[in-house]
Design a protein around this ligand. Structure first.
Ligand code: DQA
Length: 163
C-alpha cells in the first residue's frame, strides 16, 4: 500500500472528492503462486506498485487494500466514502459471486467504480458468470490479467482529467 499526498483537487471526481482506492478481495494476497494458469504470475505487491507509480505520475492519490474478510472490505468502502475517495477499482474475487453486503456498501456510498477480474470469468464455471457488482459498475474488465488494473486506472485518470 502506498499513499501519495500530492493529489490535485482538479483531478478529483467532484469538489471535495479525490483519489483512487484499489480494493482486492479474498485470496488475491496469494497472487503470484495461486493458480497461475488463471491469474498469472504477477504478485499483488507488483500490481499495487505499478498502480502507485502510474497514479503518482498523474499526481493522484492512490491507496490499495486487500482483505480475506467481507466485513473488512465493507468497512474500507465506508471509510473511503468518509475520506472522500473519488473512484474505486475493485476485484471482489469470490465475493463477486456471493456478496450482496459488499454490493450494498458500494451502492450505499455511491462511489463510482470499475470492476476488474484477472481471469475471464465468463469463460469459466457457470457460478462465476454472475456478478453482484457489474450492473453498478462504470465498466468491467475481465480476462486481461494484471493489465486490467492498469487499464482501469488509465480510464479513471482520463475521466478525472476531464472533470
Ligand atoms: C477473480 C475471479 C473470481 O471468480 C475468483 O473467485 C477470484 C478472482 C479474478 O480476478 O479473475 O478470486 O475475481
Amino acid at each position: 500500500m502506498k499513499k501519495e499526498r500530492n493529489a490535485s483537487s482538479e483531478a478529483s471526481k467532484a469538489p471535495g472528492r479525490s483519489g483512487v482506492l484499489v480494493l482486492h478481495g479474498p485470496n488475491l494476497n496469494l497472487l503470484g503462486t495461486r493458480e497461475p494458469h488463471h491469474y498469472g504470475s504477477t504478485t499483488l505487491a507488483e500490481i499495487n506498485r505499478a498502480l502507485a507509480h502510474r497514479a503518482e505520475a498523474a499526481g493522484v492519490l492512490l491507496e490499495a487494500f486487500q482483505s480475506n474478510h467481507e466485513g473488512a472490505l465493507i468497512e474500507r468502502v465506508h471509510a473511503a466514502s468518509a475520506q472522500g475517495i473519488g473512484y474505486l477499482i475493485i476485484n471482489p474475487a469470490a465475493y463477486t459471486h456471493t456478496s450482496i453486503a459488499l454490493r450494498d456498501a458500494l451502492a450505499g456510498t455511491g462511489i463510482p467504480f470499475v470492476e476488474v477480474h484477472l481471469s475471464n470469468v465468463h469463460a469459466r464455471e457457470p457460478f462465476r458468470h454472475q456478478s453482484y457488482f457489474s450492473d453498478l459498475a462504470i465498466g468491467v474488465i475481465s480476462g486481461l490479467g494484471s493489465d486490467g488494473y492498469l487499464l482501469a486506472l488509465e480510464y479513471i485518470l482520463r475521466r478525472m482529467a476531464s472533470e
